[in-house]
Design a protein around this ligand. Structure first.
Ligand SMILES: Nc1nc2c(ncn2[C@@H]2O[C@H](COP(=O)(O)OP(=O)(O)OP(=O)(O)O)[C@@H](O)[C@H]2O)c(=O)[nH]1
Ligand SMILES: [Mg+2]
Length: 178
């Protein structure tokens, strides 16, 4: 029998990257609101994913990007204070972005400080060509040593099982928390 694992996972990513959509796909029920408008989710939402061999508690962290103005250092610091408590970080980025945005570079700088295992999730792969996805993966890999890079389409439920699997690899052996 496999040992049971559990832990906290923080979901970070710029506004509109698809955090709420991914969360919905992962828990398979509507727990967060998704709309094309930005910044609709203002509070951190916890989702509990109960699997056969694991319990994953996810925190949505829309606070990484409050408002349309430039990302301030204080805002990032606040978000990352929360992140220090988690076992795994999911960093969600949009595959349709032409290159790594300044905001995402700033997030990567913070990731280097917190020293937690990070899974890079490349979302919206349904919108871009395969070779472009590979290019994006490589440019991110140049910036940071991610535990894994997982291309997904949150809206099509593509790659979700891989995320769960990679999270489970990184969680400690521990009983159910909630
Ligand atoms: N084509 C495509 N669109 C997606 C995908 N995932 C999310 N979207 C769309 O992207 C938009 C933003 O998605 P959200 O899930 O609301 O993004 P968010 O990161 O929660 O945004 P905030 O809460 O504002 O920070 C919505 O219109 C989604 O339908 C995907 O895999 N493919
Ligand atoms: Mg959201």
């Amino acid at each position: 029998m496999e040992e049971f694992k559990s832990g906290f996972v923080s979901l970070i990513g710029k506004t509109n990257s698809g955090k709420s959509t991914l969360l919905n796909s992962m828990v398979n029920e509507k727990v967060a609101i998704t709309t094309p408008k930005t910044q609709t989710t203002r509070t951190a939402i916890k989702a509990i994913i109960n699997n056969e061999n694991s319990q994953i508690i996810i925190t949505d962290t829309p606070g990484i990007h409050k408002g349309k103005t430039k990302l301030s250092k204080t805002m990032l610091d606040t978000s990352f204070t929360m992140i220090k408590e988690v076992d795994v970080i999911l960093f969600l980025v949009d595959a349709s972005e032409k290159e790594i945005s300044n905001e995402n570079l700033k997030i990567i700088e913070k990731l280097k400080e917190v020293k937690k295992p990070v899974l890079l999730i490349i979302n919206k792969i349904d919108l871009v060509q395969k070779e472009k996805i590979l290019k994006i993966i490589n440019s991110y890999k140049d910036e940071y040593e991610f535990e894994a890079v997982i291309p997904i389409s949150a809206i099509n439920n593509e790659g979700i099982d891989i995320i769960i699997n990679e999270i489970e690899k990184l969680l400690p052996v521990r009983a159910k928390i909630l």
